[in-house]
Design a protein around this ligand. Structure first.
Ligand code: NAD
Ligand code: UD1
Length: 336
């Protein structure tokens, strides 16, 4: 049995589907602070398999220990956390509390139960400003906002834990820019309020929920002047977790990138989305957004080596098509 924290969220729900498809049993622990219970119903609908659910908070050590014991868990896939860069600047203590203290309590609970296998959702944001590209895993770490700091601190906590007890199996996965949705259109990203990230915003313009996209910066040193990112299909990303779990059948502590290794500009994404949806995405060119880099993409060789040959296979067209299917079937998200 695998404990998936934050399994009702965007990436966690897709990971549950892939874990269930791979024959694993799954129990989700989520406090639903940024998700809907409906996503769990949809997972059951897609997989036609049971999925156990515990409503609880990762900062509650007793609940985690009870869950780990009651369900006989052997590993944890840890998605739960807060993820808005902007919110983390105005509410840093909430971010350190949820992400760092929460993970500390989770690890304590695991230690208390003798469960020493964990996959952690880290982010490319731990690298900070690029000293060179692509970002390979040996790129210096230097997060530039509180959200990134929380990921960096948790990574460090995990590395220190491994040094103290080398019987742990720890996989740190640094995600680049997950987009898209399950091909059924039943689960997908359902941000609360105004989306910060590009794809959910573009999709909401295409579906008519918002009038126009703001493109932040067209004077970057990139082919068309707009920012370039490494977008990865969320199903590829989810399958990376199944591969990571298999690689953690022995003690280890690794950190690998989950990306495709190639970047697309904002304008390329907008065009691809217009094509996939058949809808216009009108936009305005705006000044750069504070904290953004021009270009960001992953070195992928280490992940492929460590994760037994895993690599992302879905292209931008597929990402946009699947994202659009989810958005058009659920124009107002899960609880409309
Ligand atoms: P999400 O907000 O959709 O999912 C997070 C889930 O965790 C939600 O269901 C939320 O209710 C739950 N949660 C939050 N705090 C909790 C707590 N204290 N106890 C229990 N449950 C809690 O986010 P996501 O996009 O699925 O991201 C999952 C993880 O991946 C996060 O840790 C995020 O930082 C990381 N990540 C995401 C991205 C991205 O672009 N989406 C990129 C890099 C890393
Ligand atoms: C953001 C986060 C990063 C996080 C990542 C994945 C910031 C500063 N960084 O990165 O920490 O790891 O998401 O969750 O928030 N864009 C627009 N208009 C929009 C939205 C975005 O033009 O309305 C542009 C951005 O300037 C950027 C690109 O689209 O060039 C992608 O933006 P976004 O989806 O927010 O991802 P990141 O900036 O890579």
């Amino acid at each position: 049995m695998i404990l998936v924290t934050g399994g009702a969220g965007y990436i966690g729900s897709h990971a549950c589907v892939e874990l269930l498809n791979a024959g694993k049993q799954v129990v989700v622990l989520d406090n639903f602070s940024n998700s809907s219970r409906t996503s769990l119903e949809r997972i059951r609908q897609i997989c036609r398999k049971p999925l156990a659910v515990v409503e609880g908070d990762i900062r509650d050590q007793a609940v985690i220990e009870k869950t780990l014991r009651e369900f006989g868990c052997t590993a944890v896939v840890h998605f739960a956390g807060l993820k808005s860069v902007f919110e983390s600047v105005s509410s840093p203590l909430d971010y350190y509390d949820n992400n760092v203290i929460g993970t500390h309590r989770l690890l304590r609970a695991m230690q208390g139960c003798g469960i020493k296998r964990i996959i952690f959702s880290s982010s490319a944001t731990v690298y900070g400003d690029p000293k060179f590209l692509p970002y390979t895993e040996d790129h210096p770490l230097g997060p530039v906002n509180p959200y990134g700091q929380t990921k960096f601190f948790v990574e460090q906590m995990l590395r220190d834990l491994f040094v103290s007890d080398r019987s742990w199996s720890i996989g740190i996965l640094r995600y680049f820019n997950p987009i898209g949705a399950h091909e059924s259109g039943l689960i997908g990203e359902d941000p609360k309020g105004v989306p910060n990230n590009l794809l959910p915003f573009v999709a909401q313009v295409a579906v008519g929920r918002r009038e126009r996209l703001n493109i932040f910066g067209n004077d970057y040193d990139t082919p068309d002047g707009t920012g370039v990112r490494d977008y990865i299909h969320v199903v590829d990303l989810a399958q990376g977790h199944v591969a990571a779990l298999a690689s953690l059948d022995k003690p280890a502590c690794f950190a690998v990138n989950l990306g495709t290794g190639r970047g697309y500009s904002v304008l390329e994404v907008v065009k691809a989305f217009e094509k996939a949806s058949g809808r216009p995405v009108p936009y305005d060119l705006r000044p750069r957004r504070a904290g953004d880099v021009a270009t960001c993409y992953a070195g992928t060789d280490l992940a492929t080596k460590v994760l037994g040959g895993w690599r992302a296979t879905k292209d931008l067209e597929t990402m946009c098509r699947d994202h659009w299917r989810w958005q058009s079937q659920n124009p107002n998200g899960y609880d409309a």
